[in-house]
Design a protein around this ligand. Structure first.
Ligand code: TXA
Ligand code: MG
Length: 361
């Protein structure tokens, strides 16, 4: 007995330091099957979507969901989004019978036209979804992502995956698998690498359960597209709402999406008048404004100057896809503050401006 104990193998480094063996794999049929098996057995998988990377758990497993909150350091009052891979599954995770005929019609109109896509619908939750997933709320935000790997993963697992963005609470959202590895690393069982996210800002969160229909978070689906289908929707996401007592969506905390450096946002007219400061980074929305600014500088700019345009031609999708990626890069750099230019406010520009404003607070 004593001998056996004496000769039992020493714990590995991973066991001693309490690390799990995280697996980092590119997306393939095999890695997706492995990831789905991890989800089915209550583990956590970081996976790509068209918006940002998600940190997934089986949406019907409350112990697995509890781990998501722990790994992210996320307060339990902030609900998760339930990801599905078919419109039919909607009725498994949401109880549409609690909605009026008119609202139900709008839900299907949105689902048929904008799903799969970057739109999360806040709906009465079904009994199958545990309360921990929705932070005790009677509603759940449901999304059908437009990313093949995400869809396959969801379908191969239990059919519904609860997933916040795969970043520590309050920090920048991940748009690459490397961002997840850097910030969450060994805390997750598996990271699926599907390359950079195509949209790069999170989904639009639309609350359709109240008296008026409200956008709780502007995101990948422009307000204009929603209004074309169901008419006027209200903005419920003013960054000042938190301080004025109009707290609506827990994830709309001001501190969200922040790089670890001070950031100031300017209009095009304002940023163009800023003088160059060696310890600041200049983040332009479009290449033409950057070029004009460079021309106005009286001194030669050093080659080390941190000057970027989110899109050379001012294309809003390209800009949104590069926003968090550029902020991640800035966070790691030597510069001490960031001067950024607002995007034009239409379409995806509203989501970019929302994230920049929050990052500046
Ligand atoms: O694009 C996305 O939405 C990404 C990918 C992974 O799908 N997910 C994401 O999740 O951004 P997360 O947890 O970082 O943000 C979810 C947002 C939060 O603002 C949260 O408060 C809000 O959705 N939300 C979730 N459930 C809600 C509910 N029942 N009522 C109101 N807001 C809700
Ligand atoms: Mg998030």
């Amino acid at each position: 007995m004593l001998l056996k104990r004496f000769f039992s193998p020493l714990p590995t480094f991973a066991q001693r330091s309490n690390l799990v063996n995280m697996t980092y794999l590119p997306v393939s049929q095999k890695s997706l099957e492995k990831a789905a098996a991890i989800l089915r057995s209550g583990g956590l998988v970081a996976f790509p979507t068209e918006t940002v990377y998600g940190l997934g758990a089986d949406a019907y497993n409350s112990a697995a969901i509890a781990k998501v909150f722990e790994v992210k350091g996320r307060p339990r009052f902030d609900p998760l989004i339930i990801h599905i891979a078919s419109v039919e599954t909607l009725e498994e995770v949401a109880d549409l019978s609690l909605l009026s005929e008119d609202v139900r019609r709008k839900v299907f109109l949105l689902a048929e036209n904008l799903w799969p896509g970057p739109l999360s619908l806040v709906l009465p939750k079904s009994e199958k979804i545990p309360g921990i997933a929705t932070a005790g709320l009677p509603t759940a935000a449901v999304r059908f992502p437009a990313h093949e790997a995400a869809q396959t993963l969801i379908a191969l697992s239990g059919g519904a995956v609860a997933a916040p963005s795969a970043n520590p609470f309050g920090s920048l959202s991940p748009t690459r698998a490397e961002h997840v590895r850097d910030k969450l690393g060994e805390k997750v069982d598996m990271i699926l690498d599907g390359g950079p996210s195509q949209i790069g800002v999170e989904s639009t969160v639309l609350d359709i359960t109240g008296k008026s229909i409200k956008i709780l978070r502007p995101g990948g689906t422009p307000k204009e597209e929603i209004e074309k289908l169901i008419g006027h929707v209200e903005d419920g996401f003013s960054p000042s709402a938190e301080t004025s007592g109009g707290f609506i969506s827990p994830g709309q905390l001001k501190s969200h999406y922040s790089p670890q450096k001070p950031l100031l946002v300017f209009s095009m007219e304002e940023i163009i008048r800023l003088p160059y400061e060696p310890d600041a980074a200049y983040l332009f929305f479009d290449g033409s404004v950057r070029d004009k600014w460079v021309e106005t500088q009286t001194e030669n700019l050093p080659s080390s100057a941190f000057i970027r345009a989110l899109s050379e031609k001012g294309q809003v999708l390209e800009a949104s896809a590069r926003l968090f990626e550029t902020l991640h890069e800035l966070e790691k750099s030597q510069i001490s503050r960031i001067f950024a230019q607002f995007a034009p406010p239409e379409g995806l520009g509203a989501a970019i401006n929302d994230r920049l404003t929050r990052a500046s607070m």
